[in-house]
Design a protein around this ligand. Structure first.
Ligand code: GDP
Length: 339
């Protein structure tokens, strides 16, 4: 079994064709234009592009993994873009390069997008040490998440030290982003009502760090919210025995508290690396990603099977009318795959 492992990647993928070799070299040389081209290839739905993208990703894989992957979420208006711009500029001052990616389910649901506004993060987008990419548009959240994971790997191969994956505080996108990052940060407003809502939605359980933004407006309210959230967190089962979820109050607008935020992330990385949880989380994420792809592919094959396509409406109607049991219908439909 062990001596077969190195064959996995090679069996499934050939080396990139010569045309993509320069793309690969450009990405590794940290050039933004080849990186953008590689991302376009990875985001493409065309089957021939998918094959090329897979080869490119396989070839770049050994050069990925060094970045810190940070998920950031919060409802529209909480200050995500203001915060990410301030944070990104701070990182650049420290000599680091930062890539900002977005997972925006609204881009596929409504055709519009909550995060796609071009005027956002204007200073950061003009800085050569930053790279900002809007959400890929895809027909499903699963599709958006898959592309974003791949884009993240490309950015890592292009030498970015920090990858920020931004999402909106609605729907399942937060689970997807928490599932592809090392640390998931939730931005909150200094408003107790919202905090309780977040707990109800279960989002707080995903958070490794909670940030109360706009503390400049009413510092006392921010401190009250901070202690309320801390109390609420006591009621949740901690995800790690080694990490007590910190609650920071800061102001993205005044750039106040950004250094403390970064220090907290570094402390998280050091603590979780020492306990082995940092590596364990990535291993778990990689395996979960593989299973997601297998599940999606099986579902696709099932739905595209000629007999399934022909007979599915009839089976659904029979189940809905109570003429067939769901389990018998499922068994028979799945049986077509073997036929
Ligand atoms: P997003 O929708 O979460 O990306 O939020 P934005 O970053 O676009 O911010 C929404 C509004 O809140 C803008 O008018 C910002 O200027 C403002 N804002 C963001 N952060 C702060 C902050 O720390 N303090 C104050 N007073 N306003 C802020």
């Amino acid at each position: 079994m062990l001596n077969r492992q190195p064959d996995i990647g090679h069996a499934a993928h050939d080396a990139p064709p010569p045309a993509d070799q320069s793309l690969l070299e450009g990405v590794l040389a940290r050039q933004l234009r080849p990186l953008a081209k590689a991302i376009t290839l990875v985001e493409s739905q065309r089957e021939d592009h998918r094959g090329r993208a897979r080869s490119l990703l396989e070839a770049l894989l050994p050069r990925t993994g060094a970045a810190m992957r940070i998920g950031i979420s919060g409802v529209p208006g909480v200050g995500k873009s203001t915060f990410i711009e301030a944070f990104g500029l701070y990182l650049i001052e420290q000599g680091l390069r930062v890539a900002v990616l977005a997972v925006d389910p609204s881009s596929s649901l409504s055709g519009g997008s909550i995060l796609g506004d071009k005027t956002r993060m204007e200073l950061l987008s003009r800085n050569p040490a930053a790279f900002i990419r809007p959400s890929p548009s895809s027909c499903s959240l699963g599709g958006v998440a898959e592309k974003t994971r791949e884009v993240m790997l490309l950015c890592e191969a292009a030498g970015f030290d920090v990858i920020v994956v931004e999402t909106v505080g609605v729907g399942q996108s937060e689970t997807a982003v928490a599932g592809m990052t090392d640390i998931f940060c939730l931005l909150q407003l200094p408003n107790a009502g919202d905090d309780l809502q977040a707990i109800k939605k279960g989002v707080m359980e995903l958070a490794d760090l909670i940030v109360i933004n706009k503390a400049d407006i009413d510092p006392i309210a921010a401190q009250t919210a901070r202690s309320q959230i801390k109390t609420a967190l006591h009621m949740l089962r901690p995800a790690s025995a080694n990490w007590k979820v910190p609650v920071l109050a800061l102001s993205a607008l005044k750039k106040d508290g950004i250094a403390e935020f970064w220090d907290t992330l570094q402390r998280y990385r050091t603590t979780m690396t020492a306990s082995g949880e940092f590596a364990a989380r990535r291993k778990h994420q990689a395996a979960a990603w593989m299973w997601e792809l297998i599940d999606a592919s099986l579902r696709h094959r099932f739905r595209e099977h000629p007999q399934v396509r022909a007979r599915l409406p009839e089976f659904v109607a029979a189940v809905e009318d109570g003429r067939a049991s769901p389990s018998a219908a499922a068994r028979e439909l799945l049986g077509f795959l073997n036929g």
